[in-house]
Design a protein around this ligand. Structure first.
Ligand SMILES: Nc1ncnc2c1ncn2[C@@H]1O[C@H](COP(=O)(O)OP(=O)(O)OP(=O)(O)O)[C@@H](O)[C@H]1O
Length: 230
């Protein structure tokens, strides 16, 4: 579904990505971990079409989208769950859920969202400003699902959340996977990533330095943690 090959990216003269290869298959959850400044956000921005100083190729659903504008990639089925959560704070939960444009017939109905996220049903009339961190994260994920995105790019969904909420988010990611959607998950919490991911990529200084199948995670966790300085 997503194939990134030989991706290079620059900020002016400074090169941030040095030939990155990653892929996400249908119904696959792929985790990306790396230290601060390793290139995770740059990579996701390149995939979404938000960073234009690039070389190499990004293919999505069999089409070369390397030079396709971001709004067209979103329309083709890429959904970004941002780390700042991108919620309209002056609008209610339900209004936030009604805004996203539908890009495919996989779009989740409001009823389906409320079934999967009971807390959003309870808080449907609450304004964005009054939501807890966990509720905001769930709203951000639900908004991406409302579009019918085929590939979700998630930026640190577990960050700053209580373990019980992180576990709930893990269950939701597994549910998304079961629908056949792909997920690219930026996640420093590799223990959490291991509960949902099929594969782990480790990025360092703009290069993928390790690709680990989740079945090997138990024996190679130490290697990952050491690399991340955890
Ligand atoms: N707007 C920018 N202008 C110049 N250089 C940038 C810019 N954004 C990022 N960089 C540089 O690009 C490299 C990769 O940064 P990036 O933000 O992609 O890393 P990251 O892995 O997402 O880090 P973090 O976990 O801190 O968000 C770093 O060397 C960073 O300093």
């Amino acid at each position: 579904m997503l194939e990134v090959t030989g991706l290079k990216a620059w900020y002016g003269q400074a090169q941030a990505l040095h030939g990155v290869d990653i892929r996400v298959g249908v119904g696959e959850v792929v985790a990306l971990a790396g230290r601060n400044g390793a290139g995770k956000t740059t990579l996701v921005r390149c995939v979404m079409g938000l960073h234009r100083q690039v070389d190499g190729a990004v293919r999505f659903l069999g089409r070369d989208v390397t030079h396709t504008p971001a709004h067209q990639r979103a329309r083709a089925g890429m959904g970004w769950v941002q780390d700042d959560r991108g919620i309209y704070s002056s609008l209610s939960v339900e209004e936030n859920l009604l805004l996203p444009p539908k890009v495919s017939d996989r779009a989740w109905t409001l009823e389906r969202v409320y079934e999967a996220f009971p807390v959003l049903a309870e808080r449907r009339r609450a304004s964005g400003t009054t939501l807890s961190g966990g509720e905001q994260q769930m709203l951000a994920i639900a908004r991406a699902l409302r579009t019918g995105a085929r590939l979700l790019l998630m930026d640190e969904p577990s960050e700053g959340l209580a373990p019980v909420i992180v576990a709930r988010i893990g269950a939701i990611i597994r549910e998304i996977k079961a629908t056949g959607a792909g997920v690219l998950l930026i996640e420093q919490n590799v223990k959490f990533a291991a509960t949902v991911a099929d594969r782990h990529y480790l990025i360092s200084q703009g290069r993928i330095v390790n690709a680990i199948d989740n079945s090997e995670f138990g024996s190679r966790e130490g290697e990952l943690l050491k690399h991340l300085g955890i």
